[in-house]
Design a protein around this ligand. Structure first.
Ligand SMILES: Cc1cc2nc3c(=O)[nH]c(=O)nc-3n(C[C@H](O)[C@H](O)[C@H](O)COP(=O)(O)O)c2cc1C
Length: 354
């Protein structure tokens, strides 16, 4: 059996780990680059590579590995259930400079879990046993898992944690919700705390870590080795830097609305955006602004106006009005209460990748 490697060291030894959560149609190589410029997390994860009979490695997703200019490790995430194909694609991915291979056992989209992949696997520990065993046996290097606490309930949780140990998984990213709880319920941090006690590998606590303050609270309550952050990093790409400041006992940097306007411009200028037709360019911007808008104004007026806009230029006009009228005003560290991103899950508009 190949020996497992050791995890890449954190950027700042002694501080807890941070990771950008994988997000389909968001965390491509361009977005990772932007995030790294505002203060990189320790680890990145790719969007999931779909694995099935005769599947090949998706070339666009592969770019987040081959064109990774963040200077930080990238784990390649796979979703699938066919063991020979998972092994085949994991070996292919291992030809590239990946930090490790990650298995998705959490995706809550019905079209995914109905195929018994992603979160669907959590219903079948026996299958998980065979998948992890085969991957561990046949691939070199780090093998990591990202999962939820269960499918409908947590009946299989203990058993799956035992499998994480049995197959010597190197890192567990744990979203503290069941598949059926999707993205909206309270996060069961108590079960993340339980997992950190049960498993032999480091655990990244995931779910609703919205700021440096909540990162500190979640780490204290769970004892996890670090935090994995998704939606809050789209809203506030400075979050990883702010967490490091807070963990080192320094004041957390404030961000002005003008700086947020610059971030939006960077998103707009990612190479994909100018090549899209107008309607799609507007949707492309809305995908990010949906989250950013949660910290712009407490009444949610920015989000309401932005959602009604039909063109990119209308959207940018709204951004200018809300962000550059009082450019020195602070961008809220937390989302304003009641100002919600809609949708705030994996239902982003289909985009044509170039
Ligand atoms: C738009 C979007 C796409 C996502 N795509 C993936 C994915 O490809 N793989 C995965 O494991 N999780 C995916 N997730 C789940 C996130 O990685 C994360 O577990 C979840 O958003 C909870 O963390 P948060 O509260 O910090 O956002 C996605 C989430 C969102 C919002």
């Amino acid at each position: 059996m190949p020996e497992s490697a050791t995890l890449p060291p954190p950027l700042y030894p002694g501080l807890k780990l941070t990771a950008l959560a994988p997000m389909q149609d968001v965390t491509d190589w361009r977005f990772m680059r932007i995030i790294a410029d505002y203060g990189s997390p320790d680890y990145f994860f790719t969007e999931y590579f779909r694995v099935y009979a005769n599947s090949s490695v998706d070339k666009n997703i592969l770019r987040s590995i081959t064109e990774n200019s963040t200077g930080c490790p990238v784990f390649a995430q796979m979703i699938g259930e066919s063991i020979p194909d998972l092994v085949r694609i994991a070996k292919d991915l291992n030809q590239y400079p990946v930090a490790g291979i990650d298995l998705n056992m959490g995706c809550p989209a019905p079209k995914i879990y109905r195929k018994n992949v992603g979160g669907g696997l959590l219903r079948d520990p026996e299958k998980i046993h065979r998948i992890l065993g085969s991957l561990r046996e046949s691939i070199d290097g780090l093998l990591t898992v990202k999962m939820r606490i269960g499918f409908e309930d947590t009946a299989n949780f203990e058993h799956i944690l035992d499998l994480i140990n049995l197959h010597k998984i190197d890192l567990l990213s744990l979203h503290g919700r069941t598949v059926k709880e999707k993205y909206h319920s309270a996060v069961h941090y108590d079960l993340i705390a339980h997992a950190t006690q049960q498993v032999n590998c480091p655990v990244l606590a995931n779910g609703n870590v919205t700021s440096a303050t909540t990162a500190g609270i979640v780490l204290e309550n769970t004892g996890a080795a670090g935090v994995m952050i998704g939606r809050a990093a789209i809203r506030n790409p400075w979050i990883f830097k702010q967490i490091r400041e807070s963990f080192s006992g320094k004041p957390v940097s404030k961000v002005t609305l003008a700086e947020v306007r610059d971030y939006i411009e960077r998103l707009r200028l990612t190479p994909i955006a100018p090549t899209l037709p107008e309607k799609m360019r507007a949707n492309y911007m809305k995908k990010y602004l949906n989250f950013i808008g949660q910290s712009v104004d407490g009444a949610g007026a920015f989000l309401r106006e932005m959602r009604l806009a039909q063109s990119e230029s209308d959207i940018l006009g709204i951004c200018d009005r809300y962000l550059l009228t009082f450019p020195d005003r602070e961008f809220a560290l937390e989302p304003y209460p009641g100002v919600v991103a809609r949708p705030n899950c994996e239902t982003t508009p289909e985009l044509v990748a170039n």
